[in-house]
Design a binder for this molecule. Structure first.
Ligand code: KG4
Length: 328
């Protein structure tokens, strides 16, 4: 089969990203313009500011992605674009740019679910990885256990009833004064701490999760004891959320009887969570974790997921709209 080149576009939150990926697995370019320094001042992403910055950046990011890939625009087989979930204004910038490109180049437009993209980051990290597998999807906006039956066939087994795990990291970090984005900062702090503070774990039936209780418990504790050791608090918070996550992962493994566990999303960059998942590797179970630079938002993962949609005939037309609460 002839090589297939997909141009991926991602703009669902605060990263403007464009990438060219060959055959769904090989990155030719991966350009990311992050707005983190801009939003840090506000302690979180300001949607309107994110949209405006995407507009300012998207053309230059796309041009650089094409230059870095050393490929002519006309050699692209399809334009893959995140169309949800995410911030509607932010999504619309990348999607409109992708539609214009698809129209001007006369190449198919392929809509990609951002969560499907996070899962596909693993196809780039592990060229041999194939479905079926259990995906533990943990990002700033989503936390779910997904039975990935095939490249474009997903069954959500459980999801958070309230906060996403990344949201809990970010809110805890903000309240205890670590700033935004909180996940990496808690990760670093926890490395020097002891998980010696007992925190309440919320129990939810089945394979669903709840992270708002633990978030509130940490915040209340910090308000009550402002001088509490932050390193220990971070380590204890990380341990408690990881225990809650692991309990459900073990249940899911029994339920669908899989041998491959695949991590995805920004929180899968967490060093404690990665170590704990390594421990569940046995003769029968292998754990896959995306390359650190592919855990958080990027367009290479969108191009990879777009490749599988494209070769499976999942192509969209120019009426495709942004869907902020898109489900898998
Ligand atoms: O996947 P992502 O880039 O965006 C979404 O699609 O939501 O995830 C961003 C989330 C943020 O909540 C951020 O704090 C968290 O991932 N994150 C981490 C780490 N790196 C990023 N959380 C814990 N530990 C980390 N090392």
């Amino acid at each position: 089969m002839e090589d297939v080149y997909i141009l991926g576009i991602e703009s669902s939150c605060d990263e403007t990203a464009v990438s060219v990926v060959k055959n769904g697995r090989i990155i030719l370019s991966n350009v990311i313009n992050t707005q983190i320094p801009i939003h840090t001042v506000y302690g979180g992403v300001v949607p309107e500011i994110a949209s405006r910055n995407h507009i300012d950046n998207i053309s230059d990011v796309a041009k650089k992605a094409i230059e870095d890939a050393n490929i002519d625009f006309n050699r692209i087989n399809a334009v893959a674009c995140t169309y949800g979930p995410g911030l509607v204004g932010a999504l619309l910038v990348g999607l409109s740019y992708g539609k214009a490109l698809s129209y001007a180049l006369n190449k198919p437009l392929v809509g990609v679910n951002h969560i499907q993209g996070h899962i596909a980051a693993n196809y780039i990290t592990y060229p041999e990885l194939k479905p079926p597998f259990l995906c533990v999807m943990m990002s700033g906006g989503n936390t779910q256990l997904v039975n990935v039956k095939d490249y474009t066939d997903f069954e959500v087994l459980g999801r958070t009833k309230d906060d996403a795990i990344g949201e809990a990291f970010d809110k805890v970090a903000r309240v205890i004064g670590l700033g935004y984005p909180g996940g990496p900062k808690i990760d670093k702090m926890a490395l020097n701490g002891q998980a010696n503070i007992e925190l309440p774990k919320t129990h939810v039936d089945g394979l669903d999760f709840s992270f708002s209780g633990i978030k509130t418990a940490v915040i209340n504790l910090h308000h009550k004891e402002p001088d509490i050791n932050k390193e220990n608090l971070c380590a204890s918070f990380e341990k408690a959320v990881t225990d809650m996550l692991m309990e459900k992962v073990k249940l899911a493994i029994q339920k669908i009887n899989v041998s491959k566990i695949v991590l995805a999303g920004g929180v899968s960059a967490n060093s404690y969570i990665r170590k704990e998942f390594e421990k569940i590797e046995t003769n029968g179970i292998k754990v896959y974790m995306p390359d650190l630079k592919l855990c958080t938002d990027n367009a290479a993962m969108i191009a990879s997921a777009g490749y599988y949609n494209f070769i499976n005939g999942k192509i969209d037309d120019l009426t495709l709209n942004a869907v902020p609460n898109l489900k898998l």
